[in-house]
Design a protein around this ligand. Structure first.
Ligand code: ZN
Length: 206
């Protein structure tokens, strides 16, 4: 296992959705993978921050909804493996049922996917210098996962914010779990970075 480095985080998002480039030196992980049919925008945003596709070691979708995994197959064709958690596998073929022909969605094939268990995630991330793990965080969908870094950052996808989850006991249990893991900063898929427990405006809930 290589030595872990301090991680840095940059947002390459668009259309109200955050796509996070998590870097340990030049080893990078993309968390959430764009809207269908927008690979040109994504590539332009990566170029603007100086990240060649070759430095993306994996792409990880927090869950398989179209604003989070829409470009996974295009990334694979460019040499970026798709990192899949076991529990996400059944959700992948359902992606196409939520897209229209005009969306230009390229269907995700099993070919080239790197499928792991949660227990295997720490070692895999360690191999690219990132200190952390991938954890199950249900509350938006059953197959939702989060990247949890040892520095207290968590990338939660569409997990409803705490103050929007009063009627969602699954999400509240997930937040309690994350509190117990010492999370400090939340990087959601929609809206600004916040401290855990911080009240957020709720006009946008995708
Ligand atoms: Zn979303």
């Amino acid at each position: 296992m290589s030595q872990t480095l301090p991680t840095t985080v940059v947002n390459v998002g668009y259309r109200s959705t955050n796509y996070w480039v998590v870097s340990a030196g030049r080893n990078r992980l993309l968390v959430d993978i764009g809207w269908p049919g927008t690979f040109g925008t994504m590539k332009a945003n990566l170029k603007r921050i100086g990240v060649p596709l070759a430095e993306l070691r994996y792409a990880l979708a927090t869950h398989y909804h179209i604003d989070h995994a829409g470009l996974a197959e295009e990334f694979k064709r460019e040499g970026v493996p798709l990192l899949v958690l076991n529990c996400q596998v059944p959700a992948i073929p359902l992606m196409k049922t939520w897209t229209k022909p005009g969306d230009n969605y390229v269907e995700i094939t099993p070919h080239g996917n790197v499928t792991i268990s949660f227990e295997e995630s720490r070692q895999l991330l360690g191999e690219i210098g990132i200190s952390g793990e991938i954890v199950p965080t249900p509350g938006h969908s059953d197959h939702c996962v989060s990247l949890l870094l040892d520095d207290g950052s968590v990338f939660t996808g569409d997990l409803p914010p705490e103050n929007a989850a009063f009627d969602n006991p699954v999400a509240l249990a997930t937040w309690a779990f994350l509190q117990g893991r010492g999370v400090k900063r939340v990087y959601p898929a929609h809206g600004p970075i916040r401290r855990i427990g911080e009240t957020v405006a709720l006009e946008h809930r995708a």
